[in-house]
Design a protein around this ligand. Structure first.
Ligand code: PLP
Length: 379
């Protein structure tokens, strides 16, 4: 099998699995228990919190563990809408956010809030002038993703953060695709709230976190026990949290090397696709882009058919975004960047990871070339 869908999820790193296992089998104590056996679990959760806080230049008290990226995004949108409602009911986001963010915003609209969905240019970069113009006295939150999960474009996060701070509006960034792949720094980028998810960087599924800067009026989310500083009740997912923290410590150590390797495979794949296949477009930004992402559209090819042929040869790819597979129509991201329909239908997302090799890329490219020819009836 050749796995080229790392934006959908990743393989848990073997060292992460090894780190997690004792927390199922031996040290299963509840972190809230008063005896030593529980305190061991508690200590590990707090150590994980410190590792993660340090990785993005925040403080441990500013990290809240969640069940993943979707939960963190929902917490931010509904939480901030509730706590800021005296100031106003206007939220700014972009047209190309993940559904976790977009659908939360749509639900807010149904509750009487107003949401501005900023347009993006053909590379998928948010229009900064439109952003500056859209901030109003009743704007309570700007939420713009760090990097896009379909086309891989990285937003000018620091510029957005500085503008938000100058205009005194809280800034959230969905960093699920960027965290542990790009060097994130919430101080440098003036980020007040940041979501991340373990399974997008070789950690386990079902665990993630929300960073919330001290002083941000984030209300508590789940009600019950006193976990997570009374902000998110429920017994901690100790093995998941320990595993995610291990993936963070490995990720920090390997990030530069991994970025270099993925960057090389990425430019090789892009160059070869353009060289071998006519009437093709590479989508997203070329310069400001996640290293492992190649998003490509073939004119007059059905992307879904290409995926089926690839699947028959055990090559895993996505048609843009895993979340929209099976849904009708062109994804909101491809609509947002204004991709013409005859190209948009033939889109595939190739996302590489640290375990992929140049040999796999060469094999994949040979198969891609002949499948596109076949689907175009040029067999
Ligand atoms: C995967 C993803 C999410 C959802 O994270 P889960 O942990 O799977 O809930 C949110 N936002 C972006 C940008 C993603 O890529």
């Amino acid at each position: 099998m050749i796995y080229l869908d790392h934006a959908a999820t990743t393989r848990v790193h073997p060292e992460v699995v090894r780190e997690m296992l004792p927390y199922f089998e031996n040290w299963y104590g509840n972190p809230s228990s008063g005896y030593e056996f529980g305190r061991e679990s508690k200590a590990m959760v707090e150590q994980a919190r410190r590792e993660i806080a340090d990785s993005l230049h925040g403080k441990p008290e500013e990290i809240y563990f969640t069940s993943g990226g979707t939960e963190a995004d929902n917490w931010v949108i509904f939480g901030m809408a509730e706590s800021m409602r005296e100031k106003g009911r206007h939220v700014i986001t972009s047209q190309i956010e993940h559904h976790a963010l977009l659908r939360s915003c749509q639900a807010l609209e149904e509750r009487g809030y107003e949401v501005t969905y900023l347009p993006v240019d053909s590379r998928g970069v948010v229009d900064m002038e439109a952003l500056a113009r859209s901030i109003r006295p009743d704007t309570i939150l700007i939420s713009i993703m760090y990097a896009n999960n379909e086309v891989g474009t990285i937003q000018p996060v620091r510029e957005i953060g500085m503008l938000a701070r100058e205009r005194k509006v809280y800034f959230h960034s969905d960093g699920v695709q960027a965290y542990m792949h790009e060097p994130v720094d919430v101080q440098r980028d003036c980020i007040d709230l940041f979501s991340a998810s373990g399974h997008k960087f070789q950690g386990p599924k079902g665990v993630g976190f929300l960073y919330a800067r001290e002083g941000v009026p984030l209300p508590s989310w789940f009600h019950g026990g006193g976990q997570e500083s009374r902000m998110r009740a429920g017994t901690e997912n100790v093995p998941g949290i320990v595993g995610m923290a291990k993936a963070v410590s490995l990720g920090r150590r390997n990030m530069e090397e991994e970025r270099r390797k993925l960057g090389q495979m990425q430019s090789f794949v892009m160059k070869e696709i353009l060289r071998r296949i006519p009437e093709v477009r590479i989508n997203g930004s070329i310069s400001d882009r996640l290293k492992g992402n190649v998003h490509v559209s073939f004119k007059d090819v059905e992307g879904q058919s290409l995926l089926i042929l690839m699947d028959m040869e055990e090559i895993c790819l996505s048609s843009g975004s895993a979340c929209s597979t099976g849904e009708e129509g062109i994804s909101h991201v491809l609509q947002g960047i204004g991709l013409p329909e005859e190209y948009a239908r033939g889109s595939v997302r190739i996302t590489m990871g640290p375990e992929n090799t140049m040999e796999e890329m060469a094999h994949f490219l040979r198969r891609l070339e002949s499948m596109v020819r076949e689907l175009r009836g040029q067999g």
